[in-house]
Design a protein around this ligand. Structure first.
Ligand code: ATP
Ligand code: MG
Ligand code: MG
Ligand code: MG
Length: 577
C-alpha cells in the first residue's frame, strides 16, 4: 500500500525541540517519529511505529532462529515474587510501585527474572524438559532518575528479554553462546557499529556477563579497549574501589530537601527558597555554606556531602547549576561550617583527575566536583567522593577505574583507548540466584531433584532506534538502513503539471506492485518543503519526478551517500527493486 503524505498522520517540525540535546532525540521528534508525553514517556506515531515493528521483527527472527520461544507475561505484577528474591527492596526507587483498590502492592515490571522462573516452575518438572529458552518483547517500566535523550533512556521502553533454563553449567554456557551469536547477527542486520565489552570484572568470572555497546559519543557508558588485542571492557567492570570517605561525624544532622531532577537556576532558587533556610535567594546570589548531597541511582542511601565554600571560594548560582546539572543530586542544605570541626573547602567545577593515590578515569565532559575535608587539626587532608558524576560506579563512587587511556592493557597486549557507547544489549549468566529463591528443580534421571541454572539476556528494542539514529544521520535528517526504514523510497512530485503528477502516481503504483514500500509526497506544497521532509524522514532512496519527465527521466538519490542518478522512467521501478 502506498503511503500518501497528503493523508499521513505526520507533521514534521522545522525547529529542534527545546528539551533535546542529542541528534537522535532532535531528529526523531522533528521527523514526527515520536512525541513526548511526560519525562521519559513517549508516543509512537506512524513512521516511528513502523521502525519499531521492523526492529521487533528482526529480533523475533533471530530469537526464533536459536530455538527461543516467545511468550508474553504481564507488565503489572504482584509484589510477592519480587519479595521472594528480595528485589522488592533491593531494586530501590527505580521500580514503579502501585496499590490496587484493596491496598495490595503491585509493581510495573522493570525486568522479569522472577516471573519467568515461576512460569517455568509451574509448567516443567523433569530433566527431559530442559533446556528451554523463553523470550518476550514487552514494555518495561523503570523510574529512571534521569530519563534522557528521548527514547534513549525512557521510563517506559520496549525490551526483548529472554531467559535460559539449563540443568548444568555447560548447558548455561551453550545458551549464553547462542544468545551472543544471535545478538551479533541482530545488531549486524540493523547496521549498528558496536563493541562487545566485559561487563563484570575479568577477575570475577570471565565472560559471565557482556554488554553490547553501540559506539556513540552521546552514550552514558565508557569502555576501554586494547589497540592490539580483543580486550574490551566497560570501565565499570574494571573499577578500583575508591577510598572510603573518612568519617564526617560532627556534621550537623541533615535536613532533607529534594531538588527537582535536573536543577536549573530557576528551580534551584525556588527550591532554596522553599527549603526555609532563613533567607531569600535570587539568581544573582552567591552561595556560602551550601552542602550538597548525592545518592547513587537505585538506592535510598544518601552518598555524600559536597560543597561548602567559604571566603574566596564562593560558588555563584551559575556555577552551582553547571555542577548540579548532570548529577544525581537530590539534597541541598545550608550548614554552618564555621561552627563545624570539619571544614569543607574546595570548589565545584570541571576536574578530570585527582591524586591521593587513586587514579580516576573521568570523562572531561562530566562535570565533577571535588571537595577536601579537613579535620579540626587540618592534618587529615583527603579527597572525599567526587560529586556530580553522571555515571556512578557500582560501589557508589564516581566513575573511576584503574585503567586509563594510554595505559598498557590488562592482558599485556597493546595500549588502551577509551570511548563512549550506548548499552543496546546485555547477556548475563545468572546462575542459581533466582532458581534458589523459588526452588526451581528438575527431577533428574536418578530420581533426585536438580537445581536449574539460569541466564538472562536483554535487548533495548526501542533504545536501538535512538542508537541507530545517533550513528546514522546528517545535518539534514535521519538515514535509515533499509531493513528498518519506514519505507524504501520517498517519491517527490516536483511539479504542478498533471503529467508530472500522473507520472509519479504511475511509478509509485509500479513500485508498490513490485513490493517496494513507497511514500508518495502528493501534498500541495512547494518542492522545497518536500525535499526537506524527504531528507528529514530519512528513507534510503529519494525519487524525484519533475521536469525531466518530459524527456523520459526521473532522478534517483541515495539518501545516505547523496549520489544522484538520472534513470529512464520506464526502468525506474526496475532500478529500485
Ligand atoms: P543502563 O546501564 O543503560 O541503565 P541497564 O544495564 O540498566 O541499562 P539492563 O537491565 O541490562 O539495562 O536491560 C537490558 C537492556 O534494556 C539494556 O541493555 C538497554 O539496551 C535496555 N534499557 C535499559 N534501560 C533502558 C531505558 N531506561 N530506556 C531504554 N532502554 C533501556
Ligand atoms: Mg539501568
Ligand atoms: Mg548497564
Ligand atoms: Mg545492563
Amino acid at each position: 500500500m502506498i503511503t500518501r503524505m497528503s493523508t499521513l498522520f505526520l507533521r514534521t517540525l522545522r525547529e529542534d525541540p527545546a528539551d533535546a540535546e542529542v541528534p537522535s532525540h532532535k531528529l526523531l521528534v522533528r521527523a514526527g517519529y515520536v512525541r513526548r508525553v511526560a519525562p521519559g514517556i513517549y508516543s509512537w506515531l506512524p513512521l516511528g511505529l513502523r521502525v519499531l515493528r521492523n526492529i521487533e521483527r528482526i529480533v523475533r527472527e533471530e530469537m526464533d532462529a536459536i530455538g527461543a520461544q516467545e511468550i508474553h507475561l504481564p507488565a503489572l505484577l504482584p509484589k510477592e515474587p519480587y519479595e521472594q528474591t528480595n528485589r522488592w527492596t533491593e531494586y530501590g526507587p527505580n521500580m514503579f510501585r502501585l496499590k490496587d483498590r484493596k491496598g495490595g502492592d503491585y509493581l510495573l515490571g522493570p525486568t522479569h527474572e522472577e516471573l519467568f522462573a515461576q512460569t517455568v516452575k509451574s509448567e516443567y518438572s523433569s530433566y527431559r524438559d530442559f533446556p528451554v529458552i523463553l523470550y518476550q518483547i514487552q514494555t518495561k517500566y523503570r523510574d529512571e532518575e534521569r530519563p534522557r535523550a528521548g527514547i534513549l533512556r525512557g521510563r517506559e521502553f520496549v525490551m526483548k528479554d529472554s531467559y535460559s533454563f539449563d540443568l548444568d553449567d555447560g548447558g548455561l554456557g551453550e545458551s549464553y553462546r547462542l544468545h551472543r551469536d544471535a545478538y551479533i547477527r541482530l545488531f549486524d542486520r540493523v547496521g549498528l557499529r558496536y563493541v562487545i565489552v566485559a561487563a563484570t570484572s575479568g577477575a570475577m568470572g570471565g565472560s559471565a556477563s557482556e554488554e553490547f555497546l553501540a559506539e556513540s559519543d552521546t552514550g552514558e557508558d565508557t569502555f576501554v579497549r586494547s589497540t592490539d588485542s580483543d580486550f574490551a571492557a566497560n570501565v565499570e567492570a574494571v573499577v578500583t574501589p575508591a577510598p572510603e570517605p573518612k568519617s564526617i561525624e560532627g556534621m550537623p544532622a541533615a535536613e532533607v530537601h529534594h531538588t527537582p531532577d535536573t536543577p536549573t537556576i530557576e528551580t534551584l532558587v525556588d527550591f532554596l527558597n522553599d527549603a526555609g533556610l532563613g533567607r531569600t535567594f535570587t539568581a544573582a546570589d552567591t552561595l556560602k555554606n551550601v552542602l550538597v548531597k548525592t545518592r547513587q541511582p537505585g538506592t535510598q542511601e544518601w552518598e555524600l556531602l559536597g560543597v561548602g565554600v567559604p571566603g574566596d571560594r564562593e560558588v555563584d548560582m551559575k556555577r552551582l547549576e553547571a555542577a548540579l546539572e548532570p548529577a544525581e543530586v537530590a539534597l541541598l542544605e545550608e550548614a554552618d561550617f564555621a561552627a563545624n570541626p570539619f571544614l569543607v573547602k574546595g570548589y565545584v567545577g570541571p576536574k578530570s583527575v585527582q591524586d591521593n593515590g587513586v587514579r580516576y578515569l573521568v570523562d572531561p565532559r562530566i562535570v565533577t566536583g571535588t571537595a577536601w575535608v579537613t579535620g579540626a587539626d587540618k592534618a587529615d587532608h583527603h579527597v572525599v567522593d567526587l560529586v556530580c558524576g553522571r555515571d556512578f560506579a557500582p560501589d557508589g563512587t564516581v566513575e573511576a577505574a584503574d585503567v586509563r587511556e594510554g595505559d598498557p592493557s590488562p592482558d599485556g597486549e597493546g595500549t588502551l583507548t577509551a570511548a563512549r557507547g550506548v548499552e543496546i544489549g546485555h547477556i548475563f549468566q545468572l546462575g542459581r540466584k533466582y532458581t534458589d529463591a523459588i526452588s526451581l528443580d528438575a527431577l533428574g534421571q536418578d530420581g533426585k531433584p536438580q537445581r536449574v541454572t539460569m541466564g538472562s539476556y536483554g535487548v533495548g528494542v526501542s533504545r536501538m532506534i535512538a542508537a541507530i539514529a545517533e550513528q546514522s544521520h546528517d545535518e539534514l535528517g535521519l538515514c535509515w538502513p533499509r531493513e528498518i526504514a519506514p519505507a524504501d523510497v520517498y517519491v517527490v512530485i516536483a511539479g504542478k503539471d498533471d503529467s508530472v503528477r500522473d507520472g509519479a502516481e504511475r511509478i509509485a503504483a509500479e513500485l508498490d506492485e513490485a513490493g517496494v514500500r513507497v511514500i508518495l509526497d502528493d501534498r500541495v506544497v512547494s518542492p522545497g518543503v518536500k525535499f526537506a521532509d524527504a531528507e528529514l524522514v530519512g528513507v534510503p532512496t529519494i525519487l524525484v519526478v519533475g521536469k525531466g519527465l518530459a524527456n523520459g527521466v526521473v532522478e534517483v538519490k541515495d539518501r545516505a551517500t547523496g549520489d544522484r542518478t538520472e534513470v529512464a522512467v520506464d526502468s525506474a521501478a526496475g532500478h529500485l527493486v
